[in-house]
Design a binder for this molecule. Structure first.
Ligand SMILES: Cc1cc2nc3c(=O)[nH]c(=O)nc-3n(C[C@H](O)[C@H](O)[C@H](O)COP(=O)(O)OP(=O)(O)OC[C@H]3O[C@@H](n4cnc5c(N)ncnc54)[C@H](O)[C@@H]3O)c2cc1C
Length: 362
């Protein structure tokens, strides 16, 4: 591979730029915004060992909060469930600084990062070509990392968050998840960080309800706070696996549907996909066997999660509360969550489902 072009400077594109340039590949990345990491649109919650997985353990200093459990608020029944486990299961990372650090690594390894450059990926005689204005760039490989808007097959909800500052710090070690008739199709969340001095309060839902849903979840917070700003973007919840993959074009991250439909989380899968692609390129594997094998198996589990999500979010509220209520009382739930990986929902769900039957009970 001589020349690699990456379109999109979000976490997926930047991780590839940093990893590929570290391996000596000639990389050029196009990002339409003038600043890396902004506009911010993500909560940044990932599995505990996220940076170890990337081989960037030194970035652990970018962890803003560690979570050992969660609180679920189920409305309109007004039920509150608490689930705490004895280990850290997820962390919040400083996403803008994560992206800036990846950019620095890529630049220091000779990658070209072109900011304020909106690029198109066009199909020219069966080959992907990058086009910015009148300029055309022919690469051996064109990676599409343009986020969810670049893939019309994806099912997306509207995500919006408020960053709030508390007058007095609150407890930081858990995330609150709110299921409510006022947040149709998905849920809301309150994720404290920086020793509980701040929180990201968000919802993902239908665009027609998003404003009211956010106001509703903010109204649930009893501690005094001030709003520091709002941000958001599309949250992918389905349509995964219907991405094009032709000749020298390879989509990654949200553009490829590398997202978990039950939470809309994409940082982890985008990172693993990027690492698989790097592995293929390192061993001159132009057919991306390593990446494709991984994606085939992951896609199956994501499709399973998508079906579970459709059933769960389609259930009448009373039925859903009754099910959560029943499940949460079982001692094995805690065990499953302790064993399970925060970022592998389908495995956790399947184990939970099977655990309900006597034969499989833990
Ligand atoms: C409200 C909200 C909360 C979220 N919370 C979490 C979370 O807690 N954990 C988690 O794992 N995930 C979360 N996500 C999802 C996560 O943000 C995405 O999965 C992740 O950002 C995907 O990264 P990406 O690089 O594929 O795409 P993006 O982050 O969308 O980046 C794409 C980049 O490409 C650029 N671009 C687009 N088109 C062009 C073009 N034509 N030319 C040049 N540049 C272009 C864009 O400007 C952008 O910088 C959340 C999403 C939202 C909206």
């Amino acid at each position: 591979m001589e020349k690699i072009f990456i379109v999109g400077g979000g976490p997926a594109g930047l991780l590839l730029a940093s990893k590929l340039s570290e391996r000596g590949f000639k990389v050029t990345l196009f990002e339409e915004h003038k600043m890396i990491g902004y506009p911010e649109h993500c909560t940044g919650i990932v599995r505990t060992n996220f940076f170890e997985l990337l081989g960037y353990k030194k970035l652990n200093s970018l962890i803003l909060a560690k979570y050992m459990g969660g609180q679920i608020i189920e409305e309109p029944c007004n039920k509150k469930f608490e689930l705490f486990i004895s280990q850290v299961k997820a962390v919040m990372i400083d996403r803008p600084n994560y992206e800036k650090t990846l950019t620095e690594i890529a630049l220091s390894n000779g990658a070209q990062i072109l900011l304020g450059k909106r690029a198109q990926i066009i199909n020219h005689d069966g080959k992907a070509v990058v086009k910015t204005g009148i300029e055309r760039f022919n690469g051996d490989l064109v990676i599409g990392a343009r986020g969810p808007r670049a893939n019309p097959n994806l099912k997306v909800l509207h995500g919006v968050q408020a960053k709030i500052k508390f007058e007095r710090p609150i407890e930081e070690n858990h995330v609150t998840v709110v299921f409510s008739h006022k947040i149709p199709k998905f849920f809301g969340w309150i994720a404290p960080y920086e020793q509980g001095n701040y929180a990201k309060v968000g919802v993902a839902t239908l665009s027609s309800s998003v404003r009211q849903s956010l106001l509703h979840i903010l109204s649930l917070i009893k501690d005094k706070y001030s709003i520091q700003g709002y941000f958001g973007g599309p949250v992918v919840v389905g349509g995964i696996g219907k991405n094009a993959l032709y000749a020298n074009y390879l989509p990654v991250g949200d553009e490829a549907g590398h997202v978990k439909p039950l939470t809309g989380g994409g940082l982890d899968l985008a990172a693993v996909a990027a690492l698989k692609i790097v592995e293929d390129l390192k061993s001159d594997n132009d057919n991306f066997v390593c990446y494709k094998t991984w994606w085939r198996s992951v896609k199956r589990s994501l499709l399973f999660s998508e079906i579970v999500g459709n059933i769960f979010f389609g259930l009448p509220f009373q039925l859903r509360t009754a099910w959560i209520n029943k499940l949460i009382e079982k001692p094995y739930v805690k065990k499953v969550l302790e064993m399970g990986d925060f970022d592998d929902h389908s495995k956790v769900l399947l184990t939970l489902f099977l655990s309900q039957f006597k034969f499989f009970e833990l």
